[in-house]
Design a protein around this ligand. Structure first.
Ligand SMILES: Cc1ncc(COP(=O)(O)O)c(C=O)c1O
Length: 406
C-alpha cells in the first residue's frame, strides 16, 4: 500500500474496524462512500458552535450560518463549474433532484403525446419519476438500449429523438455496471434538435471532475453521500433559463416572494426551489467533503481508482466461473460480476463473514438486469482509499466461496 493511501486511510476511522474479527474491506462505495473526519467534524462543529436557522435572522449566528451555507453553494458551483451559484439548488440528494425536475419540468412543458427518453442503464431513481410524469401527462417514455458490453447504443438514440421529444435523461456513470456514458456527445446530439438533457450524476461527482458548462447539460443531479459527504443532502444544477421557467416543486416558507390569501409570487433562484428550512449542517458537511476532494486532487483519485479497477478486473477474470457483467472500455471503479452456479446472496453473505462488504442484488436497475437476463450480481465498487491488498482479499474470498459450493 502506498504511504499516501496509508495516510489517507487514517482520515476514515471506519476503515480500521473489524467485521467478524476480520479487518473490514469496504467495497460498497457506489452505495455510499465513507466520510473523512473533516466532514464529521465540520458537522459537529456547526451544531456545537454555529447552529441557527438561515436567511431570515438579523442576529449574529443566523447571519454567520447563512454565510457558511451560501458559501457552500458557491463552492459547489465552483466544483462543478456552474456559471452562477443560483443555478445550484440544495436537495436531499440525486433522487429528490430527479423528482424535482421530473415533476416541475413535466408540469411546465409536457403535454399528451410528448416523449421523454431515458436509458436502459439507469437507476430506478432515473426511471420511475419520468415514468410517472409520462403517466400523469399521457406522454411516452422511450429507452436508449444497451449493447452487450454495457454501453448505450447511440445509433438507436439518434433515431429515438423526434419533434415530440421534450427531454433526455441519462446517468453519467452506471451504478450497476460502472460504464461512463459519453454525456457530452449525448448532449450535443440532443441539443442539435433543441432537446434539453438531464444528467443523473449520483455516481459522477465522486470519480472525476465535472464541468457542467463544458458538458453543456441542462441539469445535473448529485448526492453528497456518494462523494464522501453526509447523507440526506445533495443538489441539482440547472441552467438559469430552465429553472426560471419551471414551476416550483415544493411550496411553503422561503420559496415565496409575497403571499396574500389571494395570490403568491415566488422567490428568485435558487430559493424558488428550496421550500422550508434547509439541511444546513449537512450542507456544511458537503462543503468539507468538497474541500477534502480538492486537496486530494482528481489526478490522484483517478489514478488510484483506475489502478484498482484494472487490477481487480484482471484478478477476477482469472477466476474460473467468474463473469464480469459490463465490459465497456470507459468504466469507473465499479465491477459487477456473477459466480457460476452460486447465488449472489449466498456469495455476498459468505464474503461478509470474511469481512468483505460488497453489494448484491439488482442495484436498483431491475430493467437492466432483465435485459441482461439475470436477477442480480455481486458488485465491488472501489474508492481511492482502497488497496490492491483488499482486492486480493476479495479474490481469496471468492475462492473460499467456490470451495464451499464445490
Ligand atoms: C446512478 C444513480 N442514480 C441515482 C441514485 C440515487 O441516489 P440517492 O439515493 O443518493 O438519491 C443512485 C444511488 O445509488 C445511483 O447510483
Amino acid at each position: 500500500m502506498s504511504a499516501k493511501v496509508n495516510k489517507i486511510r487514517e482520515d476514515f476511522p471506519i476503515l480500521s474496524r473489524s467485521i467478524y474479527g476480520k479487518p473490514l474491506v469496504y467495497f460498497d462505495n457506489a452505495a455510499t462512500t465513507q466520510k473523512p473526519k473533516a466532514v464529521v467534524e465540520a458537522i459537529s462543529n456547526y451544531y456545537y458552535n454555529d447552529n441557527a436557522n438561515v436567511h431570515r435572522g438579523v442576529h449574529y449566528i443566523s447571519q454567520y450560518a447563512t454565510g457558511a451555507f451560501e458559501g457552500v453553494r458557491k463552492k459547489v458551483a465552483g466544483f462543478i463549474h456552474a456559471a452562477h451559484a443560483h443555478e445550484v439548488v440544495f436537495t436531499r440528494g440525486a433522487t429528490e433532484s430527479i423528482n424535482l425536475v421530473a415533476w416541475s419540468f413535466a408540469e411546465t412543458f409536457l403535454n399528451a403525446g410528448d416523449e421523454i427518453i431515458i436509458s436502459a442503464l439507469d437507476h430506478h431513481s432515473n426511471i420511475v419519476p419520468w415514468q410517472v410524469a409520462c403517466e400523469r401527462k399521457s406522454a411516452i417514455l422511450k429507452v436508449i438500449p444497451v449493447t452487450p458490453e454495457g454501453e448505450l447504443d447511440l445509433e438507436v438514440f439518434k433515431n429515438l429523438m423526434n419533434d415530440r421529444t421534450k427531454i433526455v435523461s441519462i446517468s453519467h456513470i452506471s451504478n450497476a455496471l460502472g460504464t461512463i456514458n459519453p454525456v457530452a456527445e449525448i448532449v450535443k446530439l440532443a441539443h442539435d434538435r433543441q432537446i434539453p438533457v438531464f444528467v443523473d450524476g449520483a455516481q459522477g461527482l465522486s470519480h472525476g471532475p465535472v464541468d457542467v458548462q463544458s458538458l453543456d447539460c441542462d441539469f445535473y443531479a448529485f448526492s453528497a453521500h456518494k462523494m464522501y459527504g453526509p447523507m440526506g443532502i445533495g443538489g441539482l444544477y440547472g441552467k438559469t433559463e430552465w429553472l426560471n421557467k419551471m414551476k416550483p416543486y415544493q411550496l411553503g416558507g422561503e420559496m415565496i416572494d409575497k403571499v396574500t390569501f389571494e395570490r403568491t409570487t415566488y422567490n428568485e433562484l435558487p430559493y424558488k426551489f428550496e421550500a422550508g428550512t434547509p439541511n444546513v449542517a449537512d450542507v456544511i458537511g458537503l462543503g468539507a467533503a468538497i474541500d477534502y476532494l480538492t486537496v486530494l486532487g482528481w489526478e490522484f483519485i483517478i489514478a488510484q481508482e483506475q489502478d484498482l479497477l484494472h487490477y481487480a478486473t484482471m484478478k477476477l477474470e482469472e477466476i474460473e466461473g467468474v463473469t464480469i457483467i459490463g465490459t465497456a472500455p470507459h468504466k469507473a471503479a465499479i465491477i459487477s460480476f456473477i459466480i457460476e452456479g452460486i447465488h449472489f446472496f449466498d456469495a455476498g453473505t459468505i464474503l461478509d463473514h470474511l469481512g468483505i462488504a460488497v453489494r448484491t442484488g439488482h442495484h436498483c436497475a431491475q430493467p437492466l438486469m432483465d435485459i441482461i437476463g439475470i436477477s442480480g450480481t455481486l458488485r465491488a465498487s472501489m474508492a481511492f482509499y482502497n488497496t490492491r491488498a483488499e482486492v486480493d482479499r476479495l479474490v481469496d474470498g471468492i475462492m473460499k466461496v467456490k470451495q464451499l459450493f464445490a
